[in-house]
Write a protein that binds this ligand. Structure first.
Ligand code: DC
Length: 227
């Protein structure tokens, strides 16, 4: 039987990391973990409960009340994010959460909380995890690390089209500003900022199709797995 590995996929917001991670996981029969969803669910809890982002004891107390789970949804064929047993998959993608999540994800207590759970999910290997610090902090010895990038204008346009079905009132301007804001905070924060791991393979998908991107990553994975 082929060996199971950890595949770490990092990159900027809305550059197609999750799409790639999901497709790879399906093809290899691996578990897919969207770590951004975990930070989004934590941010949602903080917003709902007016948790101060600057008061460490409130943050620590709030984290003790948070239980995160992924559950497979047979209708969408994807895993949904659950916050304390409530399906929050849709709500965590809304602008109210998107506009605050980077601030929450920059908090060291929040990162320690999420990273510990992510590392536990990788014990059995056979996972594809996407985020910002997977190849640098969560799994620095992952067998395959991919750093996905794309032109910021193309990313904003793709994200805008994606959000239109669920949030028809949203404008391209709003989406562009939110992406710029998140990229800036994610890459300049003090704790585990977004950066490319030295041994990551860079995949710029600005001008290639989803299928081409998938084939490229699958070839890399197969080289390592030995299929
Ligand atoms: O991938 P996403 O856009 O759903 O991520 C939401 C936010 O969480 C984004 O601001 C970056 C942050 N994040 C992070 O800091 N570390 C991760 N491993 C994943 C996401």
């Amino acid at each position: 039987m082929a060996q199971k590995i950890i595949i770490a996929i990092d990159g900027y917001s809305s550059c197609g990391k999750s799409t790639l991670a999901k497709a790879l996981a399906t093809k290899l029969a691996y578990v897919f973990i969207d770590t951004g969803a975990m930070y989004r669910a934590i941010a949602l809890y903080f917003l709902r409960n007016n948790v101060s982002f600057t008061d460490e004891s409130s943050i620590a107390g709030a984290l003790q009340q948070i239980k995160l789970n992924f559950k497979y949804n047979a209708e969408t064929l994807k895993s949904d994010m659950y916050l304390n047993d409530e399906n929050v998959e849709q709500e965590i993608r809304e602008m109210a959460v998107s506009s605050k999540v980077s601030e929450v994800a920059a908090l060291v207590l929040v990162r320690d909380f999420a990273v510990a759970q992510q590392q536990a999910m990788g014990v059995q290997k056979g996972i594809v995890m996407d985020g910002r610090d997977i190849g640098t902090v969560v799994f620095p010895s992952a067998a395959l690390k991919i750093f996905v990038t794309a032109d910021p204008k193309i990313r904003a346009q793709r994200r805008f089209l994606e959000l239109q079905s669920t949030q028809p009132q949203i404008t391209l301007e709003e989406v562009t500003q939110n992406l710029q804001h998140r990229d800036l905070i994610d890459s300049t924060r003090e704790h585990s900022p977004l950066r490319q791991a030295e041994d990551a393979r860079v995949l710029d998908n600005s001008h290639i199709s989803r299928e081409e991107q998938f084939e490229m990553a699958l070839t890399w994975a197969k080289e390592i797995i030995g299929e």
